[in-house]
Design a protein. Structure first.
Length: 315
């Protein structure tokens, strides 16, 4: 029986899982697949293309990007009656009206595109609509949360962000250095997002957002996606720990600025009570039990991210 929920999630690493382990998106042993997506009334997912220097040693990262992209397009073709690649919010809604799930593409780490505005434009043509400026490794655009933390956007990084804005692509600040975050916030007028980052006040990891950062996201009408990786939630986390991060953002005035960004298939440990997307309804029901309105929950589970995609990804 369908779970009467609409879900729009900002981050998973399922493409990399298929690339490294084989298998496909229809049904697998990871956190996310089409079978489980289809259990919900409507489902949209940003699928990240990701690799680092250990994924295919000796192979240029932009080549790994193309191999993962080609794999995903083959998977979409095999399952074209169930899922469709979308570039805009309107296409997501069209997919839902046709009874299909919606897939959107992101690139996790601009090094996958050689930090090049030319390859960025090519990726846009392939359907990529969001890019993390860095993963954990610093690159030519900026320092990251894990390397060169005090380095912000370079001149090349500023040009890259400007190009993303012109193309209608979401700048993703998850994994970025704090200095890089503030450079992005100063440079952009419209929304940007932290696709999978929690509250640093509750879990003091550099991957999470400070209150000031989240407030800047609010001021830009952007979103931050709740990450269910245990390491970014706190000690021995469970569903209530996830809710505590949500409530912290809500207390900062973020009713329109919190979304989902599970980091599905990109994390080694989930909180107790979650083994994959099939249990997102448990989180939803727990929040209903706490007397949160369905209007607020629909905003968090779908509408906030949809709003940002509609505003930024217009072509």
């Amino acid at each position: 029986m369908k779970k009467e929920m609409t879900v729009f999630d900002g981050h998973c690493d399922t493409i990399l899982r298929c690339y490294e382990r084989g298998g496909g998106i229809a049904r697998n042993g990871g956190h996310l697949d089409l079978e489980r997506m289809e259990a919900y009334g409507h489902y949209a997912q940003f699928f990240a293309i990701f690799a680092d220097r250990t994924t295919r040693p000796g192979m240029p990262l932009h080549q790994v990007f193309r191999e993962e992209y080609d794999l995903f397009r083959r998977e979409l073709e095999k399952n074209r009656d169930r899922v469709v690649l979308c570039r805009t919010g309107g296409q997501v809604e069209e997919a839902w009206r046709g009874g299909r799930s919606a897939a959107l593409l992101s690139a996790e780490g601009a090094e996958l595109l050689d930090c090049s505005t030319e390859l960025l434009e090519e990726a846009h043509g392939l359907g990529v609509r969001a890019v993390n400026l860095t993963w954990n490794h610093a690159n030519a655009l900026s320092g990251s949360n894990a390397e060169e933390r005090d380095r912000g956007l370079s001149a090349q990084g500023r040009a890259f962000v400007d190009k993303m804005e012109r193309l209608g692509m979401l700048v993703d600040v998850s994994h970025l250095s704090d200095r890089g975050f503030w450079d992005v916030a100063q440079r952009l007028n419209g929304p940007f997002f932290a696709s999978h980052s929690n509250a640093r006040a509750l879990c003091p990891d550099a991957r999470n957002l400070t209150d000031e950062m989240f407030t800047a996201i609010i001021e830009h009408n952007g979103v931050a996606g709740l990450n269910v990786y245990a390491g970014f939630l706190g000690d021995d986390p469970n569903l209530d720990t996830v809710i505590s991060h949500l409530e912290h953002f809500l207390d900062l005035g973020g009713e329109k600025n919190v979304s989902l960004g599970g980091d599905w298939d990109g994390c080694s440990q989930l909180p107790r009570g979650l083994t994959g997307i099939q249990e997102l309804d448990r989180l939803y029901e727990r929040l209903l039990q706490r007397n949160y309105s369905t209007a607020l929950l629909d905003a968090v589970f779908n509408q906030n991210l949809m709003r940002v995609v509609n505003e930024v990804c217009t072509m």
